[in-house]
Design a protein around this ligand. Structure first.
Ligand code: NAD
Ligand code: ZN
Length: 271
């Protein structure tokens, strides 16, 4: 099966599209994997985050606990294999839906972060971008009782924190203008910024084939590239994912398997 996937991709310049499944082996849960699908989730809505100080407080309380784990994860063989593919000159670019920046840490250079990155924090007033690590120290200084609290990691660097602890939390503000802060990621109900989508389209336009790794393609902002590649460009589309994806009807070859095991093997067949 992997040989068939290599066959449709070989000698073509590739655009690679990745999702949460690339990072589960690094210890970050996905949304819709075999383990996570059944768990009910109630993601933060962008409008609610803007409007409600209470929502921001809860978000930052949970994110503070989540960051200890999320900020310490390492790239896995899937991330390294994709970086190797780029280094071999076989890619037009990498489009990722992940917010963990692990592709960049593994050495990928030309990466479009479709949904942003948790490592960047943006001020909702003055738009200043700052680093999450620096903010974490400031948050812990103001909330020392959060220093020791450990909880199970949820997707997006979120973690479960009891209400009474959330209530004691003092949310961080911008060090320049005291405005409210938001992680620089695309929340539900928020659009992907136009220049970001345009860069992604450019990568798809220049490509001769598409490889999807570790994404259920449920989210339209990723799925649309697959649909376009197949329906408008008729380019070969290969999918490597554990379980079904919404993109399967568009795939020439679908390999059901573990990305960290199979991506290095696939790259060996291609470079
Ligand atoms: N690591 C992250 O940054 C992260 C984590 C969770 C969610 N998210 C966000 O949530 C959205 C979720 O959409 P998505 O399609 O990326 O994720 P998804 O959770 O909808 O789908 C992940 C897919 O990967 C598969 N999978 C899990 N582990 C795998 C492995 N080891 N090898 C191969 N496949 C594996 C799952 O079965 C599932 O089909 C994204 O938009 C993203 O912004 C990001
Ligand atoms: Zn500011």
């Amino acid at each position: 099966m992997l040989e068939e996937l290599a066959h449709i991709l070989r000698d073509n310049r590739l655009v690679v599209l990745t999702g949460a499944g690339c990072s589960t082996e690094s210890g970050i849960p996905d949304y819709r994997g075999p383990e996570t699908r059944k768990k009910a989730r109630n993601p933060i809505q962008f409008g609610e985050f803007l409007k409600s100080e209470e929502t921001r407080k809860r978000y930052w309380a949970r994110a503070t606990v989540g960051w200890r784990r999320f900020g310490a994860v390492e790239p896995n063989p899937c991330h390294h294999a994709i970086a190797q593919l780029e280094a071999a000159g076989l890619m037009t670019g990498l489009i990722t839906q992940n917010v963990d920046r692990l592709h960049t840490r593994a050495g990928s250079k030309d990466v479009v972060e479709l949904h942003g990155a948790l490592e960047d924090v943006v001020c909702l007033e003055c738009r200043q971008i700052t680093q999450r690590d620096d903010l974490q120290s400031r948050i812990l200084e103001a909330n020392p009782s959060f220093e020791q609290y450990v909880a199970e990691l949820a997707p997006d660097g979120d973690a479960a924190v009891p209400e009474d602890l959330v209530n004691t939390f003092i949310p961080p503000v911008c060090d320049r203008c005291s405005g409210p802060l938001k992680p620089n990621v695309v929340f539900f109900g928020e659009n992907v910024p136009k220049p970001v989508v345009e860069r992604a389209w450019e990568m798809v336009e220049r490509a001769e084939a598409m490889l999807v790794v570790g994404s259920s393609l449920t989210v339209y902002s990723g799925y649309r590239f697959v649909k376009f590649a197949d329906e408008k460009r008729r380019m070969p589309v290969g999918i490597l994912n554990l379980g079904e994806t919404r993109g399967d009807p568009h795939a020439w070859v679908q390999v059901d398997g573990v990305a960290g095991e199979l991506m290095p093997q696939l790259v060996d067949l291609l470079v």
